[in-house]
Design a protein around this ligand. Structure first.
Ligand SMILES: Nc1ncnc2c1ncn2[C@@H]1O[C@H](COP(=O)(O)OP(=O)(O)OP(=O)(O)O)[C@@H](O)[C@H]1O
Length: 371
């Protein structure tokens, strides 16, 4: 449903994002990760029509966001990091205002507002001033506003940032429910949030996409060697000799996990070898290892593939030179000339959307610096 094709954005003298290229299918919840300044907000603001790309095309259901902003935006809901709320409105009047701006037909507004109030747990707060809501409830109201026109795609910029642990769990639960009927693009710094919520993850580093995959299958996409934890019945030196002769893995010793009395422990260790083995490539060597050890009459007691955690993967990808990783298409490409690189202004067609978002976004833009 969403296609981001070769999209770049340059700010004056500053690279925002470079040649981003990805698609999102209906029903996906995609986690969008990257360190501070990586380009997440820039990407989200281009997808939602708040910013024009310097280069490239973004379409939603085939509709180009740059050319048909209003039509495209009717399919998108956006919750910026600081929701664009107006403190001197009540919950009810804010939702009425947003539904008018979002072109919800007048006869449907009442129903949509009451649906959003009950869906986001705002019952009983309809007449409360927005400024008096807690941060968690402001976030709920922001989400209600982003969803009032029943968009197909929801774009959420750090939706749990600044919330207390209970509020984080509540908002996560809501996003999970929302994800049952909507496609969601979610930026976050909280990696367990991605494991908990997302069926796909994109990692961006210095404006380039460096990883695209399922959170549970990311380990295999890394350049690191394949890792296996193995317990072998046999003396360590003997096992290490066999592995040295095989020559395909590096071995690090593991200590037995059993807590036994000293004598028993020593006996176990005499005829027990625990190792973490790392191959030279990501190729699975377990079958070959099985035959090598069985030929040497060294029985394998236990063997388990070691998966890299999302934290490890994130850390590896975002601490190396951009272009060195997975980016595939993006890697090694050059920036265009300065003339082409000038960023374009928001068009007249964007004004209405900006009116809704600018209050919050203005704060971020002041001084040309982003948080
Ligand atoms: N209005 C602006 N003017 C100039 N440079 C900008 C502007 N907005 C963003 N940038 C630059 O573009 C790059 C990407 O910033 P962006 O805010 O998209 O990153 P981010 O991944 O959302 O970061 P964070 O996690 O800190 O919010 C950064 O180098 C930033 O300094």
């Amino acid at each position: 449903m969403l296609k981001v094709q070769q999209v770049s954005k340059w700010y004056e003298g500053n690279r925002g994002v470079h040649k981003l290229d990805f698609e999102m299918q209906r029903g996906e919840i995609v986690g969008f990760l990257g360190p501070n300044g990586a380009g997440k907000t820039t990407t989200m603001r281009m997808i939602t029509g708040y910013l024009q790309p310097s280069e490239g095309v973004i379409t939603i259901d085939g509709i180009p966001i740059q050319d048909k902003g209003r039509q495209a935006r009717s399919k998108i809901g956006y919750l910026p990091e600081t929701p664009p709320l107006y403190g001197d409105m009540t919950v009810q009047s804010y939702l009425k205002f947003v539904s008018s701006i979002r072109d919800v037909p007048a006869r449907e507004q009442k129903l949509r507002i009451s649906e959003m109030i009950s869906r986001l747990g705002l019952n009983g707060r309809e007449k409360q001033w927005v400024r008096s809501l807690s941060k968690g409830y402001k976030q709920r109201l922001g989400l209600a506003g982003a969803m009032i026109h029943n968009p197909d795609l929801l774009v959420l910029d750090e939706p749990t940032s600044g919330l207390d642990p209970n509020q984080i769990l509540e908002i996560r639960q809501l996003i999970q429910e929302i994800g049952e009927n909507h496609t969601v693009l979610l930026s976050t710094h909280i990696l367990p949030e991605v494991d908990a919520l997302c069926n796909r993850v994109l990692i961006i580093h210095e404006g380039e996409l460096v990883l695209d995959g399922r959170p549970d299958a990311l380990g295999g996409s890394m350049e690191d060697g394949f890792k296996v934890k193995v317990e072998i019945k046999g003396q360590r030196e003997q096992v290490l000799d066999v592995l040295r002769a095989w020559g395909k893995v590096e071995a690090e010793p593991l200590t037995p996990s059993l807590s036994q009395d000293d004598e028993k422990q020593a006996e176990i260790e005499r005829n027990w070898t625990g190792l973490l083995l790392t191959g030279a490539s990501s190729e699975d060597f377990r079958e070959e290892l099985f035959y090598v050890l069985s030929e040497a009459k060294l029985p394998i007691l236990e063997m388990k593939k070691e998966n890299l955690s999302l934290e490890n993967i994130f850390q590896q990808l975002t601490t190396r030179e951009p272009g060195a990783g997975q980016a595939g298409d993006q890697a090694g490409q050059h920036l265009p000339s300065a003339e082409n690189a000038a960023s374009r202004d928001v068009t007249a067609d964007d004004e209405e959307a900006v009116a809704l978002g600018d209050k919050a976004e203005e704060e971020k833009d002041t001084g040309g610096h982003r948080s």
